[in-house]
Design a protein around this ligand. Structure first.
Ligand code: CS2
Length: 463
């Protein structure tokens, strides 16, 4: 007999809570993290999510709605899996359901909007503000000026459209909670939304500043892509046919700073940390976890590995991770023993070989990731007169990746960056580094070290 489909009406999970939380960027991370924290808050029954993808059609949205928002979270430890049905997602929508999007904003019960659109989704220009020169931003701006309820496509415009709808409905304040893995994500989201709101209507921008509380967060939970065998494992273990499970690690961290004028679930009782300043947590996570991830993604895939666990089991890659951590750790504002414990825990997380977290997932969008994961430490080291080999090696591995070694290039800025990496290595390195930061591209000591390490890395592979 075939397994019954996972659905609320089939008696699984619990009833859908009314929607008081809205999410932009429905994907695996959202389902493994904000949904998990909401599920584990003691008042979970009062807090349902409605979540939207950025796409006009999405098999995931269809599957989730067939399952009435339910899905299985597989928490994958090195010793075994735990299966849990999460029920905090009440409704899933495609991007084109714009009326529904505006409808949620108009409802006074809506308390928070969480966002995961990746750094690239904020469409920032070189000055950190919204890049008004992009055709898609211009198209959305014109549409909003013509009709604030018109269908718009970019994340900043969708947020502005929602905020305008809330203002017209006089539905009161709410919190905007970006959960993207980028420093100062609150200020970043605030800036691009304010820039667009200002261009649409100065009164709207003023209302946004008064009424929308901005929350800054640090999020952490490694969430690999789901493989077909994961779907089979869920059916075998739970006896339920779930077409869209999520696999994640047991570890999770959420640090938040900001106000919640319309209330929020008791996420602290699920383990979230509320603080005045997320910066120390942010640096620790972005530099130690994500910096090492990027190093493994490029250097590890060049050395023939497919997953993080395989790469970190390679003594050469592992020594490069330790070398990067030795450079980065003294710049953290935390007691040495805490940093040491965090590093030890990270090694265990990376070594979890049941996760199959693919390096090509992490290799994507290096042009966006390296400036926040590696460059702050590299700049601090240069200011102290040092050329930190542990940091330059990550850049060297990225240069090799752009030159065709290891994981395939998949980068939002590929058109700009790939041509720079072509040609003789010693000409390419200053161009690529200059794209990340003109000062670096002109720094002879860094350029020479990166070029030497790139040669060494390419040679290790051939040798
Ligand atoms: C990874 C992150 O994609 C990447 O570059 O480093 O997705 C990482 O798995 C998460 O930040 C973990 O919280």
């Amino acid at each position: 007999m075939s397994a019954p489909r996972l659905t609320r009406s089939g008696g699984h999970g619990r009833g859908a809570a009314s929607v008081r939380l809205l999410h932009l960027g429905l994907g695996n991370f959202f389902r493994a993290h904000p949904c998990w924290y909401t599920e584990h808050a003691p008042d979970t029954g009062d807090w349902g999510f409605a979540a939207f993808t950025g796409r006009s059609s999405s098999p995931l949205v269809e599957q989730l709605n067939e399952q009435e928002g339910l899905y299985t979270l597989v928490s994958r430890a090195s010793g075994g899996d735990q299966f849990e049905v999460l029920a905090s997602l009440s409704r899933a929508h495609v991007a084109g359901d714009h009326e529904a999007w505006l409808g949620y904003f108009k409802a006074a019960e809506l308390a928070s909007v969480t966002i995961t659109v990746t750094e690239a989704g904020y469409l920032r220009g070189p000055d950190g503000g919204l890049d008004m020169g992009r055709p898609e931003v211009q198209a959305d701006l014109e549409a909003l000026r013509r009709d604030p309820t018109a269908l718009v496509r970019t994340a900043p415009a969708r947020l502005v459209a929602g905020i305008a709808a809330r203002r017209r409905a006089n539905a009161g304040p709410l919190a905007l909670i970006p959960c993207d893995n980028t420093p100062g994500n609150g200020a970043l989201a605030e800036r691009v939304v304010a820039d667009l709101a200002e261009s649409v209507d100065a009164d709207l921008a003023a209302w946004f500043r008064e009424s929308i509380a901005i929350v800054t967060t640090v999020v952490d939970r490694i969430t690999p892509r789901v493989a077909p065998e994961d779907i089979r494992a869920v059916i075998e273990s739970t006896g339920l046919d779930d077409r869209c499970p999520v696999v994640t690690e047991p570890f999770h961290e959420w640090v938040l700073s900001g106000g919640f004028p319309a209330g929020r679930p008791r996420w602290e009782d699920a383990g979230a940390t509320f603080t005045d300043d997320v910066t120390p947590f942010e640096h620790r996570k972005l530099w130690l976890l994500n910096g090492a991830h990027s190093l493994l993604a490029y250097a590890g895939s060049i050395r023939g590995h497919t997953t993080v666990a395989e790469a970190v089991a390679d003594p050469t890659c592992r020594s490069w991770v330790e070398e990067w951590w030795a450079v980065a750790s003294p710049h953290l504002d935390q007691p040495d023993q805490d940093v040491a414990a965090y590093r030890a825990a990270l090694l265990e997380r990376f070594a979890n070989d049941r996760m199959r977290d693919r390096l090509d997932r992490i290799a994507a969008d290096g042009s966006q990731k390296l400036p926040i994961r590696i460059l702050p430490v590299l700049r601090a080291e240069r200011a102290a007169g040092r050329v930190p080999q542990g940091a330059t090696r990550v850049l060297a591995a990225w240069v090799c990746h752009l030159r065709g070694l290891g994981a395939p290039v998949n980068d939002a800025r590929a058109d700009g960056v790939l041509p720079l990496a072509k040609g003789p290595l010693r000409d390419a390195v200053p161009r690529v580094l200059g794209h990340l930061d003109p000062v670096l591209g002109a720094d002879a000591a860094v350029v020479t070290t990166v070029a030497d390490q790139s040669e060494e890395l390419a040679h290790t592979v051939k040798g």
